[in-house]
Design a protein around this ligand. Sequence first.
Ligand code: PNS
Length: 162
Amino acid sequence: MPDAVVPGSFDPVTNGHLYIIERTAQLFDRVTVAVVVNRRKQPLFTVEERVDMLREVCAHLPNVTVASFDGLLVDFAVQCGASVIVKGLRAVSDFEYELQMALMNRRLCPSVETLFMMTGAEASYLSSSVVKEIARLGGSVEGLVPNHVGQRLREKVRLEER
Ligand code: PNS
């Protein structure tokens, strides 16, 4: 069984991400969750904070490690010894962008395969952006993100308001 990489911004990790990570961990011997260092986007959480939160929520998954990467995802996958990239698909609206990335990644590195996994039905309308907006507007994110991520999100939003 090849090793897999689950990449993303994870700003912050949601229950939808966790669903994909947990199911990927059942299918592959070793899984690396890869947090991108977004150079253009201005993330709410630093890359260290995002890695930290992921390590906490993946602590029950012994075959999952969390790392950050800067540069091309396929280079990182090769560096990890992984030949599969697993991405979650929520809706048709995700498809066009994901198809473009998968085909470009294949062109860049034909030995790395992208596999798509359908997200949990509960998470089909969930995204880190929506979760951040709810938190910023004072709504409850309970059930959308792991509990301690919700706590860190509320703290972060409070700091932002200062
Ligand atoms: O959670 P996101 O923001 O949808 O994740 C996007 C991610 C990290 C998978 C994507 O931005 C990525 O692969 N970035 C690394 C840079 C790269 O390899 N770009 C070429 C892809 S065609």
